[in-house]
Design a protein around this ligand. Structure first.
Ligand code: HEM
Length: 197
């Protein structure tokens, strides 16, 4: 299916709404005191899940676009990738500001003490590198190394659900499902990985 440039524009507007509405919803919940018994935990959970879900959506796009011949979907990949970064940044900001009260020394301590925080931090470093190099001008300048760098998204897609799995105390079904989904989405790209090695 093909969309006119106007159709693509509207589709992008719809995608922006899809990712911005949950943030507005979270703000409304917090401001009206409806964010559960432990609002800090609620915000960290909500934004962490938002980042992980957005990451899954970015990985679903290209197999979906290929299989259903929906080429225009590929034009939304960068935008959704940036939403992964936005949600992950909100997640970390909530942790550092509301949980650690900006005690940066504590953050370093947490990274060293808790392996799941280290895994989260590594994932975030990858997302940060991808976000700052996502612009067309840099893409052109970087040439082939741009694609190599952006293939690191596949490592982020493994690390993020591991961080989730490791962070939970008992309920492991949901994080296990995310690990399986991410592995499945990476498996769909096995031909690409084999070609590169
Ligand atoms: C420096 C980076 C990060 C830090 C410090 C961090 C910190 C945390 C903390 C403190 C929790 C809550 C654990 C608990 O319930 O006690 C958490 C959970 C979680 N994080 Fe992160 N995180 C980081 C990066 C990321 C990234 C990059 C993603 C996704 C792309 C992510 C996704 C999640 C998810 C899905 C959860 C589980 C939500 C829950 O059930 O509470 N995190 N993280």
């Amino acid at each position: 299916m093909r969309l006119t440039p106007r159709g693509v524009w509207w589709f992008k507007v719809l995608m922006h709404l899809m990712f911005l509405t949950p943030i507005a919803f979270l703000a409304a919940k917090v401001l009206t005191d409806n964010a559960g018994g432990d609002p800090v935990q609620y915000i960290i959970h909500y934004t962490g899940m938002g980042a992980l879900n957005a990451l899954v959506v970015t990985l679903v796009i290209s197999p979906l676009a290929k299989r259903l011949k929906l080429g225009f979907l590929m034009q939304t990949r960068r935008m959704i990738g940036l939403y992964v970064f936005v949600y992950a940044s909100l997640h970390i900001f909530a942790f550092v500001s509301l949980d650690l009260l900006f005690a940066w020394g504590f953050l370093l301590e947490e990274v060293v003490k808790r392996p799941y925080i280290l895994v989260g931090a590594l994932t975030y470093i990858i997302l940060l590198l991808l976000a700052v190099t996502s612009f067309n001008r840099l893409k052109k300048k970087m040439g082939r190394s741009w694609q190599k760098l952006h293939n690191w998204v596949y490592l982020a897609a493994l690390l993020a659900p591991i961080h989730f799995y490791w962070s939970v105390k008992s309920e492991i079904i949901e994080p296990s499902i995310y690990i399986l989904i991410c592995c499945g989405l990476l498996y769909l790209r096995k031909a690409k990985f084999l070609k590169q090695h």
